[in-house]
Design a binder for this molecule. Structure first.
Ligand code: SF4
Length: 440
C-alpha cells in the first residue's frame, strides 16, 4: 500500500492523511485512483523550510546563516529569505532548547553515584525519524521531523510552515501516528509529548503547542481507533464522508460526496433566505441567522470550486481539454527589453536618470537579509540585529473574520482592534490522564 514519489516512498495511510482517512475511509481508494496531483507552491515551500530546519540542527547553524541559499523543492526551488529563516529558527531554537533542558534534567547530581547505564540516560535526538507502524497494520509508515528521548519521556516535534490554517495539537492523529513509531521502538518510554511548531500561523496558544499522554493511552488509541480506521479504508466500497478534512484530499474535484455537500451547502441555505429587494434593510434584520449559515458554508464551497478550477487548468495545460473552457492570453504589461539603452536615449532627450529611477526603502526583514550577507561574524551579527530592532516595530495584525468555534481570542471591537500576539512558549493543552511531570 505504498507509492513512490520522487525518491521518497509515501504511504497512502500515512500520518499526514490520518485525519482524512479516519473521517473518510473511502478517500484512500478515490485519491489513489486520481493520483497525487501536482505539488502546490505552499507544499514545496514547506519542504524547503523543513530541509532548512534539518540542516540547521544537523550542522549547528542558525537559519539566517543560510539566507540566500537555494533549496530544491519537489517542483520548484526556493531561496531562503529572512521570513523563512525567522520561522525555521523558532523550530531550531525549540529543539535545541528541549535538548539542553533534557540533558540538564538527566545529568546526575554532582556527587551522586547514580550509574550512567540506565536506559536512555543520555538524550537521544533523531531528525527525520522513520516511523514504521507495520506492527499495527501493513503499509503504515512515515517520517517524523524530530524525536527526542530523555529517560522515559519522548518528545515528537512537528514543524509546520503553513500560515493559512493553524493546526490544533490536541488529539491530533498525525502527531500520535508519529509518536507511535518511537514509542514502540523504545520500550522504556512511558510518556509522550507531541508538539507542533507553527510560527507563521496565528493561534491563541502561540506558535508552539503541545499535548501529552501516556504510552499506554497512545497504544490503546492505536489499537482501538487508528488500526480499525485503516481496516475501514481497505473494505470494498469503503464509505466516503465529506467535511473539513476534504481540503487536503486530492480527489476533492471529482468526489461525488464533496459535490453533494457543496450543493447542499449552497442550495439549501440560499433557498432559505427570504430576500426582499425593496427593503434591503430587512435582509439584515430578519435573515441574519440564515446569512450566518451561508457564510459558514463559504469555506467548503470555495475550496471545492478551487479544486475543480485547478483540475480544469491541469487538463487545459496538458492539452486534454475541459468542456466549455479554453486558455487565452492574460493581460500583459510593457517592460524594458534594454533598460540601459532606453535610459541613454531618454538622457539624450533631456531626462535625468533621477527622474527615471525611483528610490524605495527595504523592509526590516530585507535589511536583515542584507545584514546577514555583510556581517559574517555570528556574535556581531546578533548584536547588530538586536540594535537594529530599536528601529522597527511590528504593528498588530489586521482583524480577520473566522468561524466562532475556530481558535483565536475574540477581539473587542469597542476597543482598538489589537490582535493578541502568542508567546513563544510551550503551551500545554489539557493533558490526558497522567499527572506525572514531563521533562519536556
Ligand atoms: S473529497 Fe472528501 S468526501 Fe471525497 S473522498 Fe476526499 S475526503 Fe472523502
Amino acid at each position: 500500500m505504498s507509492e513512490v514519489r520522487g525518491e521518497k516512498a509515501h504511504s497512502v495511510v500515512g500520518a499526514s492523511s490520518a485525519s482524512r482517512f479516519i473521517a473518510c475511509p473511502g478517500s484512500v481508494a478515490l485519491s489513489g485512483h486520481v493520483g497525487p496531483g501536482p505539488s502546490s507552491v505552499y507544499a514545496d515551500e514547506g519542504t524547503a523550510a523543513h530541509e532548512l530546519g534539518e540542516n540547521c540542527l544537523l550542522f549547528g547553524e542558525d537559519a539566517e546563516d543560510r539566507i540566500g541559499e537555494i533549496i530544491e523543492g519537489k517542483e520548484r526551488s526556493f531561496e531562503v529569505d529572512a521570513e523563512m529563516a525567522e520561522a525555521v529558527q523558532v523550530y531550531v531554537d525549540f529543539v535545541k532548547g528541549k535538548l539542553k533542558a533534557c540533558r540538564k534534567a538527566l545529568a546526575p547530581h554532582p556527587g551522586s553515584n547514580q550509574p550512567r547505564s540506565q536506559p536512555h540516560h543520555d538524550p537521544i535526538l533523531r531528525l527525520e525519524y522513520h516511523v514504521d507502524l507495520s506492527w499495527l497494520r501493513s503499509g503504515m509508515f512515515g517520517t517524523a521531523d524530530t524525536i527526542l528521548i530523555g529517560g522515559t519521556e519522548l518528545l515528537v516535534a512537528d514543524y509546520k510552515h503553513g500560515q493559512g490554517v493553524a493546526v490544533e495539537v490536541k488529539d491530533n492523529p498525525q502527531l500520535r501516528y508519529y509518536a507511535l513509531g518511537p514509542a514502540k521502538d523504545f520500550p522504556a518510554i512511558t510518556h509522550v509529548t507531541m508538539a507542533i511548531v507553527q510560527p507563521r500561523a496565528i493561534h491563541p496558544d502561540g506558535p508552539i503547542r503541545s499535548d501529552r499522554m501516556s504510552r499506554a493511552a497512545l497504544m490503546k488509541w492505536a489499537e482501538e481507533e487508528l488500526g480499525p480506521a485503516v481496516d475501514r479504508t481497505r473494505e470494498p466500497n469503503a464509505p466516503r464522508a465529506a467535511g473539513d478534512h476534504c481540503r487536503w484530499c486530492s480527489a476533492l474535484a471529482v468526489c461525488p460526496e464533496a459535490l453533494a455537500k457543496a450543493q447542499e451547502d449552497a442550495a439549501l441555505d440560499f433557498t432559505e433566505v427570504e430576500l426582499d429587494f425593496d427593503k434591503p434593510a430587512d435582509l439584515v434584520t430578519t435573515d441574519i441567522e440564515t446569512l450566518s449559515k451561508i457564510l459558514a458554508a463559504k469555506d467548503f464551497i470555495t475550496k471545492y470550486l478551487d479544486a475543480v478550477a485547478a483540475l480544469a487548468r491541469r487538463r487545459l495545460d496538458s492539452g486534454e481539454g475541459f468542456p466549455g473552457w479554453k486558455l487565452v492570453r492574460g493581460k500583459s504589461r510593457r517592460k524594458w527589453s534594454n533598460e540601459e539603452g532606453a535610459f541613454k536615449y531618454l538622457k539624450k532627450q533631456g531626462i535625468a536618470r533621477t527622474e527615471l529611477v525611483t528610490e524605495k526603502s527595504v523592509s526590516p526583514a530585507q535589511a536583515e537579509k542584507i545584514l546577514a550577507k555583510h556581517t559574517k561574524d555570528r556574535k556581531m551579527k546578533k548584536v547588530v540585529k538586536e540594535e537594529l530592532a530599536e528601529y522597527w516595530e511590528k504593528p498588530p495584525g489586521s482583524p480577520r473574520m473566522v468561524p466562532e468555534d475556530q481558535a483565536g481570542e475574540s477581539l473587542d471591537t469597542s476597543k482598538s482592534p489589537d490582535v493578541p500576539e502568542g508567546e513563544f512558549g510551550l503551551v500545554e493543552t489539557e493533558t490526558n490522564e497522567t499527572e506525572e511531570e514531563s521533562i519536556f
